[in-house]
Write a protein of this length. Structure first.
Length: 266
């Protein structure tokens, strides 16, 4: 069952805000595109889909949803043209749903930001020591010879396939630390699967993951809030006092518990 949350006033609040100013950290030289499949409900077949960009510069990268990037660009253009918010809301439906988190990685730290209902949050953490275990298994992805590596992170066991033919120690989501680019990675339950689908030279500004109107919290608090947003219809800002949740057929499912599978358990 597909759920649609009609937060119209939340949408109005977000649409009427000015573009958030964010620091420019550098310029990218490469863009890697990853297809992402993820599950919302472990008991149901099939996946939700997203598409991510990993923009990579000199010892810094930015990972974000291409879908949300296109939606933000379209919304900004329509707002500048004075379009009605109702029209904007309908126009944006054609893009589908993308993850709203943004990850900026350097050798020293990871900056993670997200939009939860109408509240923007970010946290910082030291770049993890993933403790990769290299395996002898090999495969080919997009014509690149790859080697297998396994690690534990965020309460899940992850299997990665990396290639030394692209000597960039980076990958999708927060992952890095291997002697080459990670072309594919998935958890042992196959709830989350990221796989490279393309690459190109790219020269665009690498923006920080957050701006002036983001609230800084720690990772543990973020995970707690995110859980409540998805499982309790919780609005951390308190701006949305009352709302109804409907499915694609317009049926009221406000009190139906929405499945939630976080990519990190802790």
């Amino acid at each position: 069952m597909k759920y649609k949350l009609f937060f119209f006033f939340a949408f109005l609040f977000l649409s009427c805000q000015q573009v958030t100013s964010q620091d420019t950290l550098g310029t990218s030289t490469h863009r890697f595109q990853y297809a992402c499949k993820y599950k919302r409900d472990s008991l149901k077949k099939g996946y939700n889909n997203d598409l991510f960009f990993l923009d990579r510069g000199n010892n810094i990268s930015r990972f974000y949803s291409r879908i949300e990037y296109l939606k933000d660009s379209a919304k900004t253009a329509m707002l500048a043209a004075g379009e009605n918010v109702y029209v904007i809301q309908e126009e944006l439906r054609v893009y589908g749903y993308g993850k709203k988190y943004v990850i900026v990685k350097t050798p020293e730290e990871i900056v993670f930001s997200d939009l939860l209902v109408t509240s923007r949050f970010y946290y910082k953490e030291p770049t993890p020591d993933f403790q990769w275990s290299l395996k002898q298994d090999t495969c080919s992805i997009l014509g690149y010879p790859c080697q297998k590596a396994v690690c534990q992170y965020g309460g899940r066991v992850w299997t990665a396939w990396f290639t030394t033919h692209i000597p960039i120690s980076d990958g999708p989501y927060k992952f890095s630390g291997l002697p080459g680019l990670i072309l594919k990675i998935s958890d042992e339950d196959q709830f989350f699967i990221f796989e490279l689908s393309g690459m190109e030279d790219c020269h665009v500004p690498l923006l920080q993951a957050y701006g002036h109107n983001y609230n800084k919290i720690d990772k543990k608090r973020y995970l707690q809030i995110s859980y409540r947003v998805w499982t309790e219809n919780f609005d951390p800002s308190g701006n949305v006092k009352s709302f109804r949740l409907t499915d694609a057929q317009g049926r009221d499912v406000t009190d139906v518990k929405i499945p939630y599978i976080p990519i990190e358990l802790y």
